[in-house]
Design a protein around this ligand. Structure first.
Ligand SMILES: CC/C=C\C/C=C\CC/C=C/C=C/C(=O)SCCNC(=O)CCNC(=O)[C@H](O)C(C)(C)COP(=O)(O)OP(=O)(O)OC[C@H]1O[C@@H](n2cnc3c(N)ncnc32)[C@H](O)[C@@H]1OP(=O)(O)O
Ligand SMILES: NC(=O)C1=CN([C@@H]2O[C@H](COP(=O)(O)OP(=O)(O)OC[C@H]3O[C@@H](n4cnc5c(N)ncnc54)[C@H](OP(=O)(O)O)[C@@H]3O)[C@@H](O)[C@H]2O)C=CC1
Length: 378
């Protein structure tokens, strides 16, 4: 067997070994002060390991090395590319005030990240909102903050979307509080990066249950109730760009999100006759704690990811908010079965065979052109 142990790799392995030993120490020691010291030690070790991991994947320039060894720099956000200055995000709410007056909106996962931003936008434009997810405390805090800011009521309802009985109970509660919704946003999700050979059946099931079954339980139960009451509504699902392409290392999420897209396109065809519209947004990468802590916990991938986004930066929650508000509004009543990608061009940039030629310099192009021209007549 060929063991390739460079100094840097050896150092990484030693650091990881040290963090495991120190973590173990933290578990067995019971004295409070010692435990705290160990906890700090563990965090520093983890941060140092993250830095070295990142350095191995993306070697740093000399000037950056001092920073890289300092734990506070370990998970620093990657910078946008220069062209991003052409494409500044506009976080202002796009639709006119009152666009959702007298409307009720139901947002799953509305306590955090993109769900919170969409709820804030709906509320700002006049909607009464109900937000649902597992953590009631998180929902309550978000609901209080948004209500205080907009003056429109946001109701928190605890609900694990994996459990159809809990979904039915949550919707009963919603009916009592606000009546059935005009706007539904299926945004709740679970995800983590993992080599597929490490996935347990329960790991697979957990993601598929939250993303596909959860969306189906909410959508079917609400759909039936809306149909019974002869009430129209707009349904929006938040998927992702790899729902279309598939992606290694997030296979349960890719499979489930593809299922959600099939569900929404199918229902758009079947339930239009009941006054129900179904649309999909596929976001590209947007910094939220929920996503980045599970998809890029070391911070190693962000820079290369930004490098392949033609617009040169990550998206913002408010950019998704504005698109979601439009698609859910009375301005978009002719839109159903649509899949809208919002990703700064990342998807097409990854798909095109020759897109890596962006790295070719002007001089290199002159050379390449001359070589190709020389083939004339051959
Ligand atoms: C630079 C790149 C960064 C970002 C963006 C890039 C690209 C753009 C495209 C992005 C798409 C994003 C899509 C998203 O969906 S982001 C949303 C992320 N948010 C969440 O996931 C929030 C909710 N998540 C959770 O609550 C948990 O993370 C979890 C695991 C999903 C569910 O928690 P629960 O308590 O119900 O489950 P557990 O009991 O902890 O675990 C269940 C089962 O799964 C196994 N498991 C858990 N974690 C892992 C892991 N990391 N690797 C392998 N297996 C894992 C766990 O062991 C359990 O299985 P068993 O042991 O019982 O067999
Ligand atoms: N950020 C990004 O780069 C991208 C995100 N997306 C999609 O955007 C959406 C929002 O993600 P984002 O805001 O980034 O991440 P978050 O982790 O902040 O959002 C996920 C939400 O889902 C809720 N949730 C998770 N499991 C359940 C469950 N079993 N029942 C009910 N609610 C649940 C969580 O709340 P709680 O823990 O209280 O249950 C949380 O509020 C997701 O659909 C994600 O797939 C798509 C592409 C890119």
């Amino acid at each position: 067997m060929n063991f390739d142990l460079s100094h840097e790799k050896l150092f990484t392995y030693l650091l990881i070994l040290c963090s495991i030993i120190i973590s173990f120490g933290g578990v067995v020691r019971t004295h409070k002060t010692t435990y705290r010291a160990c906890a700090v030690g563990r965090l520093n070790m983890a941060a140092a390991a993250a830095v070295v991991f990142r350095r191995n994947l993306f070697p740093l320039k000399l000037g950056q090395k001092a920073c890289a060894l300092h734990s506070s720099c370990a998970l620093r956000d990657a910078d946008p590319l220069p062209q991003a200055s052409f494409f500044p995000p506009n976080d202002a709410t796009m639709l006119p005030p009152g666009s959702f007056s007298d409307k009720v909106a139901f947002v799953t996962g509305g306590g955090t990240g993109l769900g919170r931003a969409m709820t804030q936008g709906l509320s700002q434009l006049g909607a009464t909102c109900v937000i649902a997810s597992r953590k009631l405390e998180v929902l309550q805090k978000t609901a209080e903050e948004i209500t205080a800011q907009t003056g429109n009521k946001v109701f928190p309802v605890a609900c694990d979307v994996r459990d159809p009985a809990a979904v039915a109970q949550c919707l009963d509660q919603m009916e009592k509080l606000t009546g059935l919704p005009d706007v539904v946003i299926n945004n709740a999700a679970g995800n983590f990066v993992s080599p597929s050979e490490k996935l347990s059946p329960n790991g697979w099931k957990t993601i598929v249950d939250i993303v596909l079954n959860g969306t189906a339980f909410v959508t079917l139960e609400l759909g039936k109730r809306l149909i019974r009451q002869d009430k129209g509504a707009s349904f929006l699902a938040i998927t992702t760009i790899y729902a279309e392409s598939g992606s290694g290392f997030v296979v349960p999420s890719a499979s489930a999100k593809a299922g959600v897209e099939a569900l929404y396109k199918s229902l758009a065809a079947e339930w239009g006759r009941y006054g129900l519209r179904f649309n999909i947004i596929q976001p590209g990468p947007i910094r939220t704690k929920g996503a980045f802590s599970r998809l890029d916990p070391t911070g190693a991938f962000e820079k290369s990811m930004i490098g392949r986004i033609p617009v040169g930066r990550l998206g913002t929650p408010n950019e998704i908010k504005n698109l979601a508000l439009y698609m859910s509004s009375h301005y978009a009543t002719w839109m159903s079965g649509a899949v809208v990608r919002l990703d700064g061009g990342e998807y097409v940039s990854m798909a095109g065979e020759f897109n890596d030629l962006r790295k070719v310099s002007k001089q290199q192009w002159d050379l390449i052109e001359a070589m190709i021209r020389q083939t004339k007549g051959s």
